[in-house]
Design a protein. Sequence first.
Length: 151
Amino acid sequence: MRDLIKMTTAEVAAFLDGQKTLIVATIGRNGLPHLAPMWFALLDGEIVFCTDRKSQKIVNLQRDPRCSVLAEAGETYDQLRGVHMEGVTEFTPDLGRVVDAVVARNFGEVGDGEQEREALRKAMSRRVAVIFRPTRTASWDHRKLMSGATP
């Protein structure tokens, strides 16, 4: 049954492209997962996000770069879809591009107004940019079961 609901690589990419939030799981000091919803972007085919440099997830990733992410959708069993990925993270100095991509994905393009640019600069000064590099992906799309379709 697992093979019936697995998404293709193209379906995974399309699904992620349609999602706004990833649940990011890092490993806390006590070994337990720390979960946090994160807005993200796909930049040059890679999952990126940015967050406050003092956040718990960043503290955790500095200690251990391993991470899992989850995107899911569907309100009823026959509509459940999701992608779970395990991988490692890398901090990138390309904060401006990551911030621009996340902002554009979630708010639309930032205008040329000085106030908007200044607010973005101020937010960027406290942020760090992260690239997530998946090593394992699992996916499911229950609509395939209900439609009788096979991959």
